[in-house]
Ligand binder design. Structure first.
Ligand code: GCO
Length: 448
């Protein structure tokens, strides 16, 4: 154990995803994804931007890796763009796509940075969407085929694999709220997607084990355990109901308990389960990744068709980030401990945590600075919450900042900046912020 309370073998990383940083959307026979279409549709992205270029990391990854190396990060969590591997989501893999990720993984390893690929961070091949996307069972089988291709290509070099990232967002923001690609608004399609995303995870888990792959296989979720606004029984019940769609809906099936009845009944969710599905979904996972940004506060509300779980989010008065998300560092400790106690995963990682703030660039003595004190405070306080969770006995093994670079923040576009490093939109120059130095010192053990 280090003096600052973090284990010596703690994983210190940064996170990113393919569509948010790569750009080069038409290069090397990459197919289109649902996000290419969605970001080009009128009015879907708040600042009118898209990911056509993003951080140009498809070309500039050596610069990104040099930055990770300066941080002395020992892991990088990135995602593989499925349409680079199978343009239309099926069939013979595209060698150019495989070569790209193979070079990328080698470049990381050369700097002693462990590659942590995610197989699916939302950029579904558009052709699969035309056949129904995640609302269709076939997409799960296509995913398993793609996963096997990647296991064969990178399996000897990659030791930590993630199936899907934040399936709640894929299913509900994508198919119910219309806020993310594919932009649909149909709860029934969302429930089908829930099941097919989990089935995809399970099938890939099976392929991983049957393929005799070495290393760890897990899933990354963005769970939420909202706080009751007060101590009343009604409020506590509302907070419990508010957590179901973000916690039990995913963890119960993955840990062998099946779908939570309370949720299924309240929402009238029709889940297209077939024989054997729940066994696949509950195959063992070696770790669970948690993405945490905020903790909501809730009060009870009248149940109805638009609010089947009967709760409402209220302000707790906590300060907010640029996203309007309340800053509640101890919520991270509570979340980690709740998940650890309730579902007992073997290992937990905070696979994303970070903050968007408006940054100001300033020039001093010919050098550019970005004094992002707000982001530093956010990261420090959340790392302290991680340390508290470890001290309370949670099996937390690592932490990944979201994100190394300012990047394409989905429906918010390029305007929301989460990076430790700014990216000049015109020149693509990478400009480390003060938080970059802070995280480097935290990794070194001298900042916390
Ligand atoms: C995810 C996240 C990231 C976001 C980050 C900030 O699903 O992993 O949505 O892609 O950029 O959470 O909102």
């Amino acid at each position: 154990m280090r003096d600052d309370g973090f284990p010596d073998d703690f994983v210190w990383g940064c996170s990113a995803s393919s569509y948010q940083v790569e750009g080069a959307i038409r290069e090397d026979e990459r197919g289109l994804s649902i996000w290419d279409e969605f970001s080009h549709a009128k009015g879907m992205i708040r600042d009118g931007s898209n990911g056509d270029i993003a951080c140009d990391s498809y070309h500039r990854y050596p610069e990104d890796i040099a930055l990770l190396s300066r941080l002395k990060a020992n892991a990088y969590r990135f995602s593989i763009a499925w349409p680079r591997i199978q343009a239309g989501g099926r069939g013979t893999p595209n060698q150019k796509g495989l070569d790209h990720y193979s070079r990328f993984v080698d470049a990381l390893l050369e700097k002693n940075i462990e590659p942590w690929p995610t197989l699916y961070h939302w950029d579904l091949p558009l052709e699969l969407q035309k056949k129904g996307g995640w609302a269709e069972r076939d997409t799960a089988y296509r995913f398993a085929e793609y996963a096997e291709i990647m296991f064969r290509c990178l399996g000897s070099r990659v030791k930590h694999w993630t199936s899907v990232n934040e399936p709640w967002c894929s299913a509900f923001l994508g198919y119910r709220e219309g806020e993310h690609a594919p932009g649909l608004r149909d709860p029934n399609l969302a429930y089908k997607s829930v099941h097919h995303l989990l089935l995809a995870h399970g099938l890939a888990d099976q392929a991983f084990r049957q393929g005799g792959m070495q290393g760890d296989f897990g899933i990354v979720v963005n769970p939420a355990t909202p706080r009751p606004a007060n101590d009343s029984e009604e409020c506590r019940q509302a907070a419990h109901r508010a957590s179901l769609e973000r916690t039990a809906l995913w963890f119960d099936p993955v840990f062998g308990r099946g779908y939570p009845n309370e949720y299924v009944r309240a929402c009238g969710a029709q889940l297209p389960i077939e024989a054997g599905d729940m066994d696949l979904i509950s195959l063992p996972v070696d770790f669970v990744g948690l993405n945490y940004y905020l903790e909501d506060t809730v009060v009870p509300a009248l149940k109805g068709p638009d609010n089947p779980l009967g709760y409402r989010i209220v302000s707790s008065g906590a300060p907010k980030t640029e996203m309007g998300w309340e800053i509640v560092p101890q919520g991270l400790q509570r979340l980690i401990c709740t998940i650890a106690e309730e579902w007992k995963p073997k290992a937990l990682y905070v696979t994303e945590n970070g903050a968007a703030f408006h940054d100001f660039r300033s020039v001093q003595g010919g050098t550019e600075f970005i004094h992002d004190a707000g982001r530093i405070a956010y990261l420090r306080d959340h790392l302290h919450a991680c340390r508290d969770a470890i001290a309370l006995g949670a099996p937390l093994k690592g932490y990944f900042v979201w994100s190394l670079l300012d990047n394409f923040e989905w429906a918010w576009g390029l305007a929301m900046k989460f990076g430790l490093v700014a990216v000049d939109e015109k020149t693509q120059e990478r400009i480390p912020k003060d938080s970059f130095a802070f995280y480097r010192d935290a990794i070194a053990g001298s900042a916390l």
